[in-house]
Design a protein around this ligand. Sequence first.
Ligand code: FAD
Length: 295
Amino acid sequence: MKIIDILKRDECGLSFEVFPPKTDTNYESVRTATEEIAELKPTFVSVTYGAGGGTSQYTLDIARNIKESKGVTSLAHLTCVSSTKDTVRMRLEAMEEAGIENIMALRGDLTPELMESDPDSWDYRYATDLIADIRDMGDNFCIGAACYPEIHPDSVNQKEDIRHLKEKVEAGAEFLTTQMFFDNNLFYNFLYKIREAGITVPILPGIMPITRANQVERAIRLSGSFMPQRFKSLVDHFGNDPDAMKQAGIAYATDQIIDLYANGIKNVHVYSMNKPDVAGAIQDNLSDILGKSFV
Ligand code: FAD
């Protein structure tokens, strides 16, 4: 099923994100974890794409398995900046053959090698270029794209970032998923600005449950997200006790999600990181909310 059709439902929905194995060695354990997450029957499961494309086949395999063995809609991520047009074309054809209907079209991060080379020599410079190529293949794929409530780190300012976001939507992105954030007010502020700018497609807030104290530093480094004092206190207080930290992190993420639903957001995406227990606990916390309409 195309995600754009799922997002039209008038009910609270939850989707989960998983990542593919890096090598053959952990393929089975990752597949099992992703199957357990799919068994929770979220609205869809997204499968990330390894930076640089090294695990592209695994992304496809895991996305196909979720769809075929569990009957759950899957979304395969694809990055373009370190690829050629021919490679991207091959990957898109493989996705089409595998029956994947949804693609999260991304630029990918710039590697040190790319930063030293001439951008004019790259086949793809921005996600917009990839989205345009996917659209050239027809309407078989529903396309999602990324957005950044706290501004993409390469952007000069938020106005420019939103201007380029609008170009992504005009090129064919049908829905947007946000980078993680820990303060919902930053999301509401961003939502107001993009709607003002004329971006009307559905937007899925991305929530990352932090369940280990040592996840915090990495999460901030990768996302540049602001950590509210309320969250910092929680990590300071419970960080040395793994069970307490996990429970508190799940509660914090749940609280963010409930606030989003209460403010009229229908679909939330959880960066569940191949952790079925965390995904399941959040879903349990929302058991009397999910699938219902509160208009
Ligand atoms: P773009 O939309 O191309 O934007 C990148 C920067 O270029 C922005 O600053 C933008 O404002 C600017 N820009 C865009 N167009 C123009 C233009 N015409 N002129 C000048 N500037 C322009 N990475 C992975 O490797 N694998 C994944 O699976 C993955 N999944 C992700 C999922 C989500 C929901 C998010 C939020 C991020 C994900 N990422 C993933 C990270 C992503 O690849 C990086 O954030 C990357 O640096 C930017 O990708 P993008 O598609 O947002 O880029």
